[in-house]
Design a protein around this ligand. Structure first.
Ligand code: AMP
Length: 199
């Protein structure tokens, strides 16, 4: 897909705040930030300054990209917010943050992370299941990090808590270079997904 087609797209990235994880996770976040900036995409993320979040934002900015952070006021008060990004949006709480993130996103990328990343991913997946959010969701399964999650989701299907169709809600890639192509290749999600939301 050419840069011209991509221009103006808001790509929402869920990733870790941890500064203690293996440096390779921060490197992948930085590589994604650079790739998005080069493609002319705006990076939307949680607005943090540290960990994979900081690496993503700093790399996109260094490449001349636009970065929008959406962060609850209580986190900014604790000086967790990145002070050098293009736009920092302050919201009242975690719920409003996720609502605003999903409202602005043209695509979502989830990198390895902790409970905060999982919470954001599952909000997006559940919204997609209900037809409230229909954009591509790409999960970077770096070093097999998400293998246990995919196994759990598949067992949710085999136990008939979800349908086979729900396995199409996300696209997994194992290399950060494959993230943008996966967004471009993602199959459309039906707006009437509510029709098959329950089994
Ligand atoms: P996790 O994957 O658990 O590191 O969660 C990332 C999410 O945790 C972010 O989107 C925030 O909700 C929250 N978070 C935790 N620590 C920070 C921090 N130092 N700066 C910004 N956000 C943070």
């Amino acid at each position: 897909m050419s840069d011209v087609v991509n221009r103006g797209r808001h790509v929402l990235v869920f990733c870790a705040s941890s500064g203690s994880c293996a440096p390779a996770f921060h490197s992948a976040a930085a590589a994604l930030g650079r790739a998005l900036a080069r493609a002319g995409d705006t990076v939307v993320y949680g607005g943090g300054a540290v960990g994979s979040m900081g690496a993503l934002a700093n790399a996109a900015l260094a490449e001349g990209g636009r970065v929008v952070g959406i962060i609850p006021r209580f986190m900014r008060e604790r000086e967790w917010a990145h002070t050098g990004i293009s736009e920092l949006r302050l919201v009242d709480d975690m719920q409003q943050r996720k609502r605003e993130m999903l409202a602005i996103a043209d695509a979502i990328v989830t990198l390895p992370g902790g409970s905060g990343t999982f919470e954001e991913l599952f909000e997006a997946l559940t919204s997609k299941r209900l037809g409230l959010f229909c954009k591509p969701i790409v999960i970077l399964n770096q070093s097999g990090f998400y293998d246990p999650l995919f196994a759990l989701l598949k067992s949710s299907v085999s136990e008939r808590f979800m349908s086979e169709e729900h396995l199409e809600m996300w696209h997994a890639v194992d290399d950060v270079d494959h993230v943008l192509p996966a967004i471009a290749a993602a199959s459309p999600w039906p707006e009437d997904a509510l029709r098959f939301a329950t089994r």
